[in-house]
Design a protein around this ligand. Structure first.
Ligand code: SF4
Length: 340
């Protein structure tokens, strides 16, 4: 690991100022950043410890929405009475991620910024990775790509500086996408909010740019709109081990039912793209219809429209379609406290 400076910030303004310095990174739980520093993928010159900024509260707002501080730990958020009762989709997703020890350290803001677990990104002995070294190409295209993207990827060949088929590893992000969250950030130029769907970036022509966050900005909170899916929600996660493993595919499904019909729906997939893959078109396709295998299968086809696999991950396309149908079916049967 390279030497680095350590600063403990005691106020948000001071943290933002220090974080804007060239080579500086914010340190919250450190569950991803510290690993990447040990691997040699990240080499910040300064770590700005933000753990003492007082961003650790979950608050109900007067309009029915809920504000989650950026430093709320994943385990505390999953077990929070408001989240468990009103947003069980988020609680289920959080509890399906990582291990209890990691969830005790990992924060809401840090989870938003998790880096991909693409093997060729985290192992610096591989010379080609556009995300780690812009312009170097992509080793995953012709490599072992079991965990890689089937939607929204950029593939112009292994030599292209634009190619990246990585996936976002977070479970929390998938639920927050389906719940239509908003991200609150503060920077040198003031505060702004970013819709969840605009926060994470697909690779496009610049795979090394991962979020809409500016270098001088700090995530301070996430806001969930008034709850709609408390009674009919399900987070489904398919993975190689039943715990402590990233998703091959995951599905966050929420339904608001009335008079035997779907009044509104939230549907997002994980493990399939470089951002949580919310399908607004699939959500719309469910409106006004009964909870039925036919309507769920149609939503799955819409959500996976345009999917393309590679040598080792083509199975994900059908797996994701089945996942959508199963998650919607289980959501329609009523929220349970367990995940698949
Ligand atoms: Fe790097 Fe993306 Fe290719 Fe993985 S998929 S090697 S992260 S460019």
């Amino acid at each position: 690991m390279n030497p680095f400076n350590y600063e403990r910030a005691s106020a948000t303004d001071a943290a933002i100022k220090s974080g804007a310095m060239h080579g500086a990174k914010f340190l919250a739980g450190g569950t991803n950043l510290v690993d990447l520093m040990k691997y040699g993928v990240e080499s910040p010159t300064t770590l700005v410890d933000i753990n003492h900024l007082g961003l650790g509260d979950v608050t109900s707002l007067t309009d029915g929405s809920v504000r989650i501080g950026a430093l709320v730990k994943n385990s505390d958020l999953a077990d929070h009475p408001i989240i468990k009762s009103q947003y069980p989709l988020l609680s289920q997703a959080l509890l399906s991620g990582a291990s209890p020890q990691l969830r005790n350290m990992a924060t809401t803001g840090g989870n938003l910024l998790q880096r991909t677990r693409c093997y060729y990104f985290t192992d610096i002995s591989f010379p080609a990775c556009n995300k780690r070294m812009p312009g170097s190409g992509c080793a995953a295209i012709k490599g072992y790509n079991r965990i890689h993207a089937i939607l929204g990827q950029t593939d112009r060949g292994p030599e292209s500086k634009e190619t990246c088929i990585a996936t976002n590893p977070s479970d929390m992000n998938v639920a927050m996408a389906a719940l239509d969250a908003t991200i609150e950030v503060e920077g040198a130029k003031g505060k702004r909010t970013i819709p969840f769907s605009e926060f994470h970036k697909l690779p496009g022509a610049t795979p090394w740019i991962e979020t809409a966050l500016h270098p001088d900005e700090l995530i301070v909170a996430v806001t969930l709109p008034p709850a709609r899916f408390a009674r009919n929600a399900y987070y489904l996660k398919a993975r190689d081990r039943n715990s402590y493993a990233f998703a091959l595919i995951s599905v966050a499904a929420g339904l608001e039912m009335g008079d035997g019909q779907v009044k509104s729906a939230g549907l997002a997939l994980g493990g399939v793209a470089l951002k949580p893959w919310r399908s607004v078109e699939a959500e719309k396709s469910l409106l006004g219809k009964p909870a039925s295998p036919e309507s769920f299968r149609q939503a799955a086809e819409i959500a996976l429209h345009g999917a393309r696999g590679y040598e080792h991950n083509s199975f994900k396309i059908e797996m994701a379609k089945h996942g959508v149908v199963r998650a919607l079916t289980l959501a329609s049967m009523g929220t349970s406290e367990t995940t698949a």
